[in-house]
Write a protein that binds this ligand. Structure first.
Ligand code: ASP
Length: 522
């Protein structure tokens, strides 16, 4: 029997994980109201309060649904101590009551300790917390915690491969350009095109994520970031980024995983190699190319585990958080999809029409085999042979332009990835309650550009590269776990946009070259 394609496997795993998690979440809330715990000191019960009324015994409720959660302790059936979890407004008013040791509460009187989180409960009342831990957590929640650990293993593997992959991919791409003479006018024009379209894509992404606010109301209260950029002027922030890009010790940068320094050094090393030329450059190219292929192999191996990783991550999110996270992720999916559509259907066709003077519809039809392959494979590199063939055979672009613009574009020009990075990082900031100032958003935009340049044309490379941006603005890198579950679907869309932008680049550069030639011969 033929094996299902990887993207279908991941999609199935995602749906399965979500289905199982939601099922668990719906059927096994924390039913502690049904089972009071007998303790030497008395009876202990967890009570959910909804609109001021205790949730009736026997009704399934989750820790997220009630307004407040009381841990009700009834020593000798006389005195009642209630510990309220989750009501922040009352914290200050009732904090003093927390000091009262519960066995001494006078008969018939209710003493209350109000704590905002379970961690605070642990501080305020270790006995109640221990009991709560033993009896208050449903098996769905415990299963959710275990699947989180299993999903994290997959995330760790992705992190493990990211640095070697970036270094070899960048060096192989640049040194593959060959002799320095090839870096002539066409290189300048190509870079201009790459830069312009990537910045346009980033702008579209920023506009969409700020307009649609997919992570707004994610729960956590707005917080200032401790990382780069908070409370500083744009010039200072940019200078700091520049400063970060120059590693005093490149090996140190590799060891500490400073992505910006690593990319900058690899770019410079690649350019210096081309300028050196000769056998030294040839040998170095052969070496990095071989290393890149091995890294690709390793990455692809890790990505085969994606269905398992996604299953567990999805399960853990839905088992512990319920449908709420889906509603938020759904809006995030819509935002990325809208932004990708605007760039692919409006921005790039306008460039094609006005700059390359091509009919966008006909050009898209000519490129459709490559675009569909890019969509289903989520790999610009994998699609490259098809893109080259379509550009030359179906769209009538010369081999000279195609063979220069496309291979470099497959690694360097990633409009879809750049756009996706800004939407994803801003979504993470919104949902984790971090306010990103304008200057921090500029840092996100610029680092997203670098991340898209550094990303290899393989599945999920964009996700791996996102660490750079999260690092640059001081967001927790683990927060990537929030969006990994839907990454494959988005990867398919952004890869198609990446290949579409490379293809449009061929038409634009071909036009510029022809105009340059005409000007020279006139
Ligand atoms: N999969 C994308 C590509 O091959 C890169 C990414 O993950 O964004 O173009």
């Amino acid at each position: 029997m033929q094996r299902m394609a990887l993207h279908w496997q991941i999609l199935v795993a995602m749906v399965l994980g979500a289905g199982c998690g939601l099922g668990l979440n719906a059927t096994s809330g924390d039913r502690v109201t049904e089972r009071p715990i007998t303790h030497p000191a008395g009876t202990i019960q967890l009570v959910g309060m909804r609109r001021g009324v205790p949730v009736p015994a026997g009704e399934v409720w989750s820790l997220d649904t009630p307004e407040r959660i009381f841990i009700q302790l009834r020593p000798q059936q006389q005195q009642i101590r209630r510990v309220v979890v989750g009501d922040i407004r009352l914290v200050e008013r009732l904090r003093t009551a927390a000091a009262e040791p519960w066995p001494n509460v006078p008969a018939g009187q209710i003493a209350r300790t109000v704590v905002p989180t379970l961690d605070a409960l642990e501080q305020a009342d270790p006995v109640a917390y221990a009991l709560f831990q033993q009896h208050g957590r449903s098996w769905a929640r415990r299963l959710g915690d275990w699947s989180q650990l299993a999903g994290d293993l997959f995330l760790r593997m992705l992190k493990m491969i990211s640095i070697p992959l970036i270094v070899t991919s960048l060096l192989a791409g640049i040194t593959g350009l060959g002799r320095a003479e090839r870096l002539g006018k066409m290189f300048g024009r190509t870079l201009l095109y790459y830069l312009t379209t990537s910045l346009l894509a980033i702008t579209v992404g920023l506009l969409c994520v700020n307009l649609l606010q997919p992570g707004a109301g994610g729960g956590a209260p707005a917080e200032e970031l401790a990382g780069a950029g908070s409370g500083k002027g744009l010039a200072v922030v940019l200078f700091e980024q520049l400063h970060n890009m120059i590693p005093p010790n490149p090996f140190g940068a590799l060891a500490t995983g400073n992505f910006l320094s690593i990319i900058a050094f690899s770019l410079l090393l690649g350019i210096a190699t081309i300028l050196t030329g000769g056998t030294a450059a040839e040998r170095l190219h052969a070496l990095v190319d071989a290393a890149f292929q091995v890294m690709m192999q390793l990455t692809l191996g890790i990505i085969r585990l994606a269905p398992v990783g996604v299953f567990f991550l999805m399960l853990s999110v839905t088992a512990t958080q319920g449908v709420g996270i889906f509603q938020t992720l759904g809006w995030y999916l819509v935002t990325v999809a809208c932004a990708l559509l605007v760039h692919a259907v409006i921005v790039l066709p306008l460039l094609l029409y006005f700059v390359a003077q091509r009919n966008p519809w006909q050009y898209a039809r000519a490129m459709s085999p490559a675009l569909l392959t890019a969509f289903s494979s989520a790999s610009s590199n994998g699609t490259l042979p098809l893109t080259l063939t379509c550009v030359e055979r179906r769209a009538g672009i010369s081999n000279r332009v195609g063979s220069f613009v496309l291979p470099l574009g497959a690694t360097v020009n990633m409009d879809g990835t750049a756009l996706y990075e800004v939407v994803a990082v801003l979504f993470i900031a919104q949902i984790t309650g971090h306010d990103l100032s304008l200057s921090q958003q500029v840092v996100v935009a610029l680092t997203a550009l670098l991340a898209s340049i550094g990303a290899a044309g393989i599945p999920h490379a964009g996700l791996v590269m996102m660490v750079i941006i999260l690092q640059a603005v001081g967001l927790p890198t683990e927060s990537q776990g929030l969006i990994i579950a839907v990454d494959r679907v988005l990867d398919m869309g952004r890869t198609a946009v990446n290949v579409w932008s490379d293809s449009c680049g061929c038409a634009v550069i071909s036009r510029w070259e022809a105009r340059g030639e005409r000007a020279r011969s006139a």
